[in-house]
Design a protein around this ligand. Structure first.
Ligand SMILES: C[S@@+](CC[C@H](N)C(=O)[O-])C[C@H]1O[C@@H](n2cnc3c(N)ncnc32)[C@H](O)[C@@H]1O
Length: 297
């Protein structure tokens, strides 16, 4: 299976679909969420994005549907191209698909010895190996601390810069080998997941593209339109939570001259919705998912 959709019912319900509305699924993947949206739409339109060319093979043959093989940071431009000024709902199911994790040569997984790649879009020039072999020790330290939330990030950055002096680090196993002295063996999986997450976020510029997406969603949603976001780590979830609450990424609500809060969204979910035990048991990838829903005012 290409990808088993997470929180499918709750996220699609969160869009509050009107049968002739216009919707966007910015992370098409295997198309699980898109298909569920099309099942409810009658004569509306669904525009989907995926920057990974592999996702194109899952396209849906339906005249109400368009799949765009580009980064969702260009959302506004492409909607304009399709003559859409405003939309009634935007769904983002962030991160990588199971397919991307499961194909060894994509280099996303710690499970396989493979080229250190991690690009969602194979046409993009920078791979994880470029970052590991060219960033300064300080830049790597910042990366592992900020995006991997690793406390002893200095150990990892030092291990990498020392190792690459002997020979460039080009495979997942070479990377794992050189950083293994920075964590106890029984915590191997946790630390490696953090290292790989940090590199993946940097390679795909995930935090910046998420910010661009949220700002454009604010502009493009019609009043009453829904923003539905599923995130998989705390850095993403914090950005989404802050933006929904305050319209900025710090989460500080600004006030107008009269002291009234200036907000763009009504929070439909004050606390994020998480998958139940049954979903987590059937789909382990769902375990870190957090769903937030907001309505454009
Ligand atoms: C978690 S999967 C989505 C799965 C999908 N909801 C489903 O039901 O199959 C995330 C997908 O979004 C794509 N993606 C992630 N960030 C993207 C971006 N900035 N622009 C376009 N596609 C992106 C990935 O390539 C991946 O296929």
């Amino acid at each position: 299976m290409y990808h088993n959709p997470v929180l499918l019912q709750k996220s699609v319900e969160g869009l509050n679909i009107i049968s002739n509305g216009n919707y966007v699924d910015v992370t098409f993947g295997g198309g699980g969420h898109s298909k569920a949206i099309l099942d409810i739409l009658i004569d509306g339109k669904l525009i989907a994005f995926d920057q990974d060319a592999d996702a194109l093979k899952n396209t849906i043959d339906d005249e109400r549907f368009v799949l765009i093989n580009h980064n969702f940071q260009f959302l506004k431009n492409f909607l304009r191209l399709h003559k859409l000024e405003k939309v009634d709902g935007i769904l983002a199911d962030l991160g990588v698909s199971s397919h991307q994790f499961d194909v060894p040569e994509r280099g996303f997984s710690t499970r396989f010895d493979a080229p250190l790649d991690m690009r969602m879009n194979n046409n993009q020039p920078v791979k994880a190996s470029d970052i590991v072999n060219t960033y300064s020790e300080e830049e790597l330290k910042r990366l592992f601390r900020n995006y991997g939330e690793i406390k002893n990030s200095g150990c990892f950055s030092r291990a990498i810069t020392e190792s690459r002096e002997m020979k460039p680090i080009v495979t997942t196993n070479e990377l794992i080998d050189c950083v293994k002295k920075c964590f106890p063996q029984h915590k191997k999986n946790k630390f490696l997941a953090q290292v790989f997450q940090a590199l993946r976020i940097e390679v795909n510029d995930e935090m910046q593209t998420l910010k661009l997406l949220l700002e454009q969603a604010n502009e493009l949603l019609a009043p009453g339109g829904r923003l539905v976001v599923i995130s998989y780590h705390s850095l993403e979830d914090r950005l989404v939570k802050n933006f929904i609450k305050s319209g900025n990424f710090k989460g500080v609500v600004e006030k107008d001259f009269f002291g009234n809060p200036i907000v763009s969204f009504k929070q439909i979910t004050r606390k994020p919705i998480m998958p139940d035990d049954i979903e987590i048991k059937n789909n382990s990838r769902a375990r870190s998912a957090k769903l937030r829903i907001a309505e454009k005012i």
